[in-house]
Design a protein around this ligand. Sequence first.
Ligand code: DX5
Ligand code: ZN
Length: 219
Amino acid sequence: MSRYKIAPSILAADYANFEKELKRLEETGVDYVHIDVMDGHFVPNISFGADVVASMRPHSKLVFDCHLMVSNPENHIDTFARAGADILTIHAEATVHIHGALQKIKAAGMKAGVVINPGTPLATIEHVLNLADQVLIMTVNPGFGGQAYIPEMADKIANLVALREAKGLSFDIEVDGGIDDQTIYSAKAAGANVFVAGSYLFKGDLQARVDSLKAALHD
Ligand code: DX5
Ligand code: ZN
């Protein structure tokens, strides 16, 4: 499998037809399904919770990449493990116990991801990077799909690549927000290898748009 991965965000899919949407995603040859969980507190918007993830689980073999935009994510780790999450990514800003929460995710049998908002410095997560299987750099402010990619995040990604090298670690670097067939080049050049895309993929011909992202990654 390629080291590059595409993670379509079902936040932009048809909520009344998740089963159909999951099937059609699987047919396009993507790697992950990115599932955005929002609590109306950490972010202004409310999306869906663990019960929805559990109901989707029997309908897909893809990796469930769950992005929790919720306050105190440590309270929801076991619930998401039971629901069938494969990767659980939590915001450093959402808990005062990020280290313990990442340990708890791994102990629950999932891959651990840590994510920071555009305004949060990398130093916030420097001392937990050894616990992370994936680090997500937000390229928009979380809460809504369809926002514009923030180009300044390319520097943050490049700095994270340097930090990973200095520490001898091997976590994946994911980007999320405003990714399309143009902005993906900036994130890729900076060193990201997992690319979330919501509106770009679902607001057009899904297969053609997946193929366009894949083509950009192999340019
Ligand atoms: C934003 C979410 C994203 C969102 C991306 O809070 O974390 O995953 O679905 O959507 P697009 O690709 O439309 O920016
Ligand atoms: Zn997301």
